[in-house]
Each structure stands twice: as C-alpha cells, then as structure tokens.
Ligand binder design. Structure first.
Ligand SMILES: C[S@@+](CC[C@H](N)C(=O)[O-])C[C@H]1O[C@@H](n2cnc3c(N)ncnc32)[C@H](O)[C@@H]1O
Length: 397
C-alpha cells in the first residue's frame, strides 16, 4: 500500500490518481491510499501533476495522537538502523497533527540519540513546518536513495500511517518547463505543466495519440510527449501554431522523441477534419484521446458585469459546443475526452458555469464516473482568479 500527499486542490489530485491507478481511496482530507498494480508496486510521482509526495506504507498505528506515532518511529527505526554503515539523512513530515515543527523535530532527535551508541550517524533535516516542503524534500533527494529517508506520517480517519517517501514532485524541472520555454503568451493563458499532466492522466490512456484542438502554446503537447504519447495539436491562430512549433522544437533539443510523432496545424476546432500528414499523404487521424483546454473567453481581473458575463458565457458556450459536435463525428465510441472549460467566479465566490455542462449527452458524450469525487469538484482555480478551469472528464458514447 502507498500513500500520496495531494496537491492544493485535493479532489482534482485524487481524481488523477484514480484514473491512473484505479485502486485509490481517501485517507484524510489531503492524502490518498493507493494500491498500484502488483507488477509495479510504485507510484511514479514525476508523472503526476496533482500529488506532492508519495511513499510506501511501512507502519500503521492505531489512535490519532502524535505521541503514539513518535514512539513507534523511535522503536522501529532504532532497531532497523542500528549499526548502519554510512550516514543516514532523515526528514520527518507530519500531516494532520496539531503539533508544531519543534515537536516533530524532537522525534528525530530522540531517534538520533538512540542510534548514536550503535555507531549509526543520522543527519536530521530541520523542520521549518510540521511537514517538509516539497522543495526541501526534492532538493535533499529524500526517498531517492536507501540512505536518504523521509518519513511521511499522516493522521487519517482510521488511524495513523507511517510511510517511507519514494520521491517528491520535481519542482525544478516543472518550473524550467514552464518558464524556460521560448514562447509564452499571457493573454491566451498558458496551462501550468502540472495541470497539463493532470488532464492527460485524467484521460486514463496507456499509450497512443492525444489530440489537443486548442493547443495554444503547446503545453499539453509538450507534457504528452514527455509522458510517452504521440501528439497532434491544432489552433485557430497561426501565431499560436508558430509558438507550439518553437516550444516543441526547444523541447526536442534536450529529449529524444524519435519513436513518437508530433504534428500541429492551423485549424478551427468547430469545423476542422483532423488529418495526419506524417506519411506525406493526408490520412484521417486516429485519435486515442482528446485533452484540451478550450477557449476560455477574455481574461478578467475583476468579476464582469452581468451583461458582460452573459455575452462571454454565450460566446464561449457556442464555440465549445460546436467543437464537441464536430469532434463527436471523428472519434470512436469509448474515446476519452478531457476538456477544460471556463467557469466565472462572482464577488461572493460562487461560480457561473457553461450551459453545455448539462448538454453533453445531447452532444454525444457521457461523464466518466469517478468513485472519489463528483464532477463538479474538478474546478481548478487560484484564489485570485476570476476565470476558473472546469475540467470535464467525458467519454464518447
Ligand atoms: C486557453 S487557450 C489554450 C492555451 C493552451 N492550453 C496553452 O497552454 O498555451 C485557448 C486557445 O484556443 C484557441 N482558439 C480559440 N477559438 C478557437 C477555435 N474555434 N478553434 C481552435 N482554436 C481556437 C486560441 O487561439 C487559444 O490559443
């Protein structure tokens, strides 16, 4: 059994885990228990956009207080690590407890003093918070070698879980992919790479070709390539396609995608027939999944007036519905479609949704049922944003 520490929006993170690993359930408000397949008893954290850390569960403790967890850690590891050659680096991260960083750190110090007489030397990572930040875990390579350990201790409804980390999200690589790309465009609103990974994973596709018909600067195509898929992007704006091209070429400078295909073309998603030109003669594109952040309408820095909202909502609803109609005729039944659409937040924090949300059946699609979340929980936004992205996880009927 493994545990994942979920990201800023836990419902979206657990939905991603469920689509990738199947056997997933809530453990606490910020964590999930995951049983990966028997062959691969491992959570690949670098493939997940929504989880911060993952670990293999080594101990379970009944009860809910930190003292019980702390005693168990000291008891178990003072035996397991006695007389160890070489230095062990240890970080302890506690989630869901009321104790502060000093209390958590104290457990490490007690363990250190118990190990000292056996000859084992322990380097303890200081706790600024009860849980080490993802950055600290990542920079110290915790979980990536036998002697670099992070204990992830989580309080859940049914007791306490103690896990050994198998890695934290590589925030350096994510930032480099986001900020290092040669072409960026704040106006169209680029997707954060993490969210692109989440959306791709929500498709639940093992391998094959992903189509993004609103590809913009190409973030979904970029992340799709890195995850091993073939990709095809289209966008109505020639400028955006030139950005996609520059960004993918930049990525190809440092990665080898020679067994994969990547194509892009200018096209209006409401009318285009997607065709591949990879073999020089145009052929109907075989689409295994569609992952796209659709047209979101204009950006807003303050809630729009009612009349403005009605206009933008009507306009985007029309384009995105026409796209779904056009797409329905070009994909096989069972094809997953993960579609990010706009929702607008008002001054009271309530969201206005697109009318098409209740019309997907008429357009030829159904919502994919998830066990751990309802469809309306898949709303991605930052507190300061007016336009949120509502993620629809659909399947072609
Ligand atoms: C929100 S942006 C997508 C951004 C993209 N995910 C990225 O990371 O750069 C929406 C894109 O849809 C494109 N677009 C708008 N209407 C379109 C249409 N009818 N067909 C295809 N693309 C369209 C815009 O040019 C824009 O690039």
């Amino acid at each position: 059994m493994h545990i994942a520490i979920l990201g800023r929006q836990p419902a979206i993170s657990i939905a991603e885990l469920e689509r990738v690993y199947g056997d997933v359930s809530w453990f606490s408000e910020i964590s999930a228990l995951v049983q990966p397949s028997a062959e691969a008893d491992y959570i690949d954290i670098q493939r997940l956009g929504g989880s911060q850390k993952a670990g293999k569960v080594v101990l379970q403790v009944p009860g809910r207080d930190w003292r019980a967890a702390s005693l168990k850690i000291v008891q178990h590891y003072s035996k397991a690590w006695a007389k160890k050659d070489g230095k062990i680096t240890l970080g302890i991260s506690a989630y869901g407890f009321s104790e502060g960083p000093r209390d958590i750190q104290k457990t490490g110090l007690v363990l250190k003093s118990k190990l000292k007489p056996t000859g084992t030397s322990l380097r303890l990572i200081p706790n600024q918070e009860a849980a080490l930040s993802t950055a600290t875990s990542h920079h110290n390579k915790l979980g990536l070698a036998d002697n670099k350990v992070e204990l992830i201790v989580v309080k859940g409804q049914s007791g306490i879980v103690i896990a050994e980390s198998t890695g934290a999200q590589n925030i350096t690589a994510l930032a480099a992919r986001d900020q290092g790309r040669p072409k960026r465009d704040a106006f169209v609103g680029m997707l954060p790479p993490k969210l692109a990974q989440i959306m791709i994973n929500l498709a639940g596709l093992e391998k094959g070709l992903i189509l993004d018909p609103f590809c913009g600067t190409g973030v979904i195509l970029q992340e799709g390539l890195l995850m091993g898929y073939n990709v095809f992007g289209s966008d109505i704006a020639e400028k955006m396609i030139s950005y996609t091209e520059a960004n993918i070429q930049w990525l190809e400078n440092n990665h080898d995608f020679k067994n994969q295909t990547a194509e892009w073309t200018v096209g209006d998603a409401t009318t285009t027939t997607w065709q591949s030109n990879i073999n020089d003669t145009p052929q109907k594109l075989k689409i295994d999944a569609v992952v796209a952040e659709g047209y979101l309408g204009q950006p807003f820095s303050a809630p729009p007036s009612n009349s403005k909202l009605t206009e933008v909502r009507g306009n985007t609803n029309h384009i995105l519905s026409e796209f779904l109609k056009n797409l329905a005729g070009q994909i096989e039944p069972g094809t997953p479609v993960v579609f990010g659409v706009p929702a607008w937040k008002d001054i009271d924090g309530r969201f206005t949704h697109l009318p098409l949300l209740t019309k997907v059946e008429d357009l030829g699609f159904s919502y994919v049922e998830l066990r751990n979340v309802r469809p309306d929980q898949l709303l991605y936004f930052r507190p300061d944003q007016i336009v949120a992205r509502e993620i629809l996880v659909l399947v072609k009927n």
